[in-house]
Write a protein that binds this ligand. Structure first.
Ligand code: 13P
Length: 337
């Protein structure tokens, strides 16, 4: 039995290492048009292409962003879009020393036959889309599927999530894109932290089983897990120390050290909470680069500060830089508040 290695193998390892470099993490700015619309609505703006372009121009052109941010995940529209000033967004990122990435999944739909759970679409045509994204300058990809604790998770939903992630990862590597493997375990629910831990162990066991079965090269992937926390509606809250203990225990039991980087999602945590939790996880050395790939926990204050007004652009950019720098320090375990 011979398995053809990706002709991009060396490049994939290099890209993954660049993204997982000390003191840096990922800016997730890949909201679908629907989700971006919700963010814009929160500041009273219409969901037009021009407004999405204005906000994303603001994000990618923050002076000095590349010091703290190693990669930016884009939605397809942004990958092909220019800034308000007419420069390709991708070129602005590369000049900032930030690797452009692309969300390649096609979103969630109901998983018929499950307990009201969902599955993630997007494998059809993924190879040709990935090749086109590479041509356009993308060097890594993201596929987000979700697992719901209150609704199960059923064995069916977990298996489908893991299999989809593994097929996507293999296809991405074959086309030169480092796959970010993201089975988001949703925060929603009243369950305690032990329950999240059990579910996460089950999910990551299956994800790595199928990644191996699909001959995915572990040195050329990145992970985007949820931190292990109590459900959002659970009465008992967890301290950053508890979140770090549970999450690191999960990683040690399930994630091979060959994986270069673990880039957490923020999943609805507040900006400061997400920074404190990351900082707690970096108080002692880890086998992997433990960092961030936040959307809301990097963008929330920035978006509010901007509020769609040109005169607020500078202040909004400063706000993004504050969060990026705080999380950079947290990646190094040196955040002090
Ligand atoms: P949040 O950090 O807002 O959870 O978003 C990260 C992300 O990209 C979810 O897929």
């Amino acid at each position: 039995l011979t398995v053809r290695a990706s002709s991009y193998a060396d490049e994939l390892v290099k890209t993954a290492k660049t993204i997982a470099s000390p003191g840096r993490g990922i800016l997730a700015m890949d909201e679908s048009n629907a989700t971006c619309g919700k963010r814009l609505a929160s500041i009273g703006m219409e969901n037009t292409e021009a407004n999405r372009q204005a906000f994303r121009t603001l994000l990618v052109s923050v002076p000095g962003l590349g010091e703290y941010i190693s990669g930016a995940i884009l939605f397809e529209e942004t990958l092909y879009q220019s800034t308000v000033e007419g420069k390709k967004m991708v070129d602005v990122l590369v000049e900032q020393n930030i690797v452009p990435g692309i969300k390649v999944d096609k979103g969630l739909v109901p998983l018929v036959g499950s307990n009201n759970e969902s599955w993630c679409q997007g494998l059809d045509g993924l190879a040709s889309r990935s090749a086109a994204y590479y041509q356009q300058g993308a060097r890594f990809a993201k596929w987000r599927t979700v697992v719901s604790i209150p609704n199960g998770p059923s064995a069916l939903a977990v298996k489908e999530a893991a299999w989809g992630l593994a097929r996507y990862a293999a296809i991405s590597q074959d086309n030169g894109l480092v796959p970010i493997v993201e089975p988001e375990i949703l925060l929603d629910g009243e369950h305690n932290i032990d329950r999240t831990f059990e579910v996460a162990k089950q999910v990551w066991a299956e994800v790595f089983f199928y990644l191996a079965q699909n001959n995915v090269m572990f040195e050329g992937i990145l992970l985007k897990p949820s931190m292990v926390t109590p459900g959002a509606e659970c009465k008992e809250k967890a301290t950053p120390q508890q979140v770090a203990d549970y999450t690191l225990s999960l990683l040690r039991q399930r994630i091979p050290p060959a994986v270069p980087g673990i880039m957490f999602l923020s999943g609805g945590q507040s900006e400061v909470e997400a920074t404190l939790n990351l900082n707690a996880m970096n108080q002692s050395p880890n086998p992997w680069h433990v960092s961030f790939s936040y959307a809301r926990a990097l963008q929330n204050t920035c978006l509010k500060t901007w509020s769609g007004r040109p005169e607020n652009v500078k202040a909004a950019q400063d706000a993004l830089l504050v969060r990026a720098k705080a999380n950079s320090l947290a990646q190094l375990g040196k955040y002090t508040g």
